[in-house]
Design a protein around this ligand. Structure first.
Ligand code: ADP
Ligand code: MG
Ligand code: MG
Length: 252
């Protein structure tokens, strides 16, 4: 579903290479995790896939179902089923959370050739999904993420994901800043969405999220590349020993 081949990315305004030949292949129906030390380029990878400004792709390809993502505008990528839950969710003052979601959901449906949801249908769906994530009705009325706690922002990202039903979901450190209970809610939200036609790329600094979202494949990223790929046991190895052993092994 997602194919990344030899991706090289630098900052647009500086001669600073961040991704240095990253390759990754995520099949439909699977959950891949990326772990890695701070500064290895994990967030940059997710930003580049989502189409954020400020980065320049100098080499390599990234395709979603065979179509080049890098040639698409951010909203086209979303229309193709790509979703990114940000490490630092943005606040949108003046735009109600519910209005925002309804606009996004209907734009998505339109792009897929499906009819818009009526306001009644929309309300029914969003209330049920918000309840699962313990997001109260009052939070749905407030401007997007404004004044939300760190945990509320992350749960709101998962609510967006649940409403949009994307096919390729990327979660960038959605667990950071969450207490154990909030992390479980997030994990349940993700697990409820797991399906044959959908894939997840879960970027995380810590292994504990992966106790709740069981990955099929774990990648270790360092210095702008995937340096090791394995099964869930790789995450446990990192938890035990940190990254030093793996980095040393690769350099040897
Ligand atoms: P990670 O998410 O793995 O912690 P990042 O992708 O956030 O890593 O960052 C990778 C490297 O690129 C870091 O050294 C970071 O400081 C640098 N970097 C990323 N974006 C920018 C930017 N906009 N300006 C300056 N440096 C950046
Ligand atoms: Mg970081
Ligand atoms: Mg990051």
């Amino acid at each position: 579903m997602l194919e990344i081949n030899n991706l090289h990315v630098k900052l647009q305004d500086e001669d600073k290479a961040i991704l240095k030949g990253l390759s990754l292949s995520v099949e439909a129906g699977s959950v891949h995790a990326i772990m890695g030390p701070n500064g290895s380029g994990k967030s940059t990878l997710s930003y580049v896939l989502a189409g954020r400004d400020g980065y320049e792709v100098t080499d390599g390809t990234a395709t979603l179902d065979g179509e080049s993502l890098l040639d698409m505008e951010p909203e086209e990528r979303a229309a193709h089923g790509l979703f990114l839950a940000f490490q630092y969710p943005v606040e949108i003052p003046g735009v109600g959370n519910m209005t925002f979601l309804r606009t996004a959901v209907n734009a998505q449906r339109k792009a897929r050739g499906e009819p818009e949801l009526s306001s009644g249908e929309f309300l029914k769906v969003i209330r049920a999904k918000a309840k699962d994530l313990k997001i109260d009705a009052e939070m749905l009325k407030r401007p997007v993420n404004v004044g939300f706690s760190g945990g509320e922002k992350k749960r709101n990202e998962i609510l967006q994901m649940a409403m949009l039903e994307p096919r390729m979901c990327i979660l960038d450190e959605t667990d950071s800043g969450l207490d154990v209970d909030a992390m479980k809610l997030v994990a349940e939200g993700v697990n409820a969405l797991r399906s044959e036609g959908r894939a997840f790329l879960v970027i995380t600094h810590y292994q504990r999220l992966l106790d709740h979202i069981k990955p099929d494949v774990v990648h270790i990223m360092a210095n702008g590349r995937i340096i090791k790929t394995g099964g869930p046991e790789l995450a446990l190895e990192v938890e035990e020993n940190g990254y030093a052993d793996i980095l040393a092994e690769v350099q040897a």
